[in-house]
Design a binder for this molecule. Structure first.
Ligand SMILES: Cc1cc2nc3c(=O)[nH]c(=O)nc-3n(C[C@H](O)[C@H](O)[C@H](O)COP(=O)(O)O)c2cc1C
Length: 197
């Protein structure tokens, strides 16, 4: 029988977790990056598809390639972050389905229907990006997701063959506790956002 996570875990994942804009100089080890992937990959997706693709940009060269695509307000945040992840979607994610989903031929419906492939790829790739944020938090890192950038420019620079499509960016690192994030914005109440029927 599983137990509810303790308060420390809930605080780290949700209640005291913030979106960080400033990070300390502490680097993020490549082994930590691999651990993030080895957690996020277990998050559930439709027909066990894994459309998420991730470019972990650590180097100054990589950051310089990203910079021209960024909204002005995100340039300093990306430059200051130890890692910026390009969370992308493999538009041909269904080519992996014969190994990932053996119950029946799940590839063909997507190979034959571009609109369905786009919807399912984007939906599940976005879920995987959310799992990435929670995996990073679980490992003690802080995250700063961003959609303020030109997807077309990122795609032209990083994915020129057109197969992968950028979705959003996530800065990763160890957040600056004092002034590293904005005050919490209010959230909708349960009654505003949900019903139980
Ligand atoms: C998909 C996504 C896109 C976002 N885009 C930006 C962005 O371009 N620039 C930025 O400064 N913050 C961006 N944010 C940060 C949000 O404003 C922030 O996560 C939200 O206000 C919650 O803040 P909190 O986690 O500190 O409570 C983005 C967040 C998400 C999840």
């Amino acid at each position: 029988m599983k137990k509810e996570l303790d308060g420390t875990a809930l605080n780290q994942l949700f209640l005291e977790a913030h979106t960080f804009n400033k990070f300390t100089d502490q680097p993020v080890a490549d082994d930590t990056i691999k651990k993030i992937y080895d957690l996020l990959k277990w998050g559930p997706t439709a027909v066990n598809c894994q459309p998420g693709r991730y470019v972990f940009v650590k180097s100054q060269e990589g950051k310089a390639r990203l910079a021209p695509a960024l909204s002005e307000g995100n340039v300093a945040k990306v430059n200051a972050a130890p890692v910026t992840v390009i969370v992308a979607v493999d538009s041909r994610f269904y080519d992996h389905l014969p190994e990932q989903w053996t119950a029946y031929d799940a590839r063909k419906p997507f190979a034959d229907d571009a609109a369905a492939a786009q919807t399912v790829g984007f939906r599940n790739g976005t879920l995987e990006g959310a799992y990435l944020i929670l995996a990073a938090r679980a490992l003690g890192l802080d995250a700063g997701p961003m959609s303020g950038f030109s997807n077309a420019k990122v795609d032209a620079e990083f994915f020129p063959d057109g197969r992968f499509k950028s979705n959003f960016l996530v800065n990763l690192g160890y957040g600056v506790a004092e002034g590293g994030y904005y005050p919490r914005g209010p959230r909708l109440t349960f009654d505003d956002a949900a019903t139980i029927i």
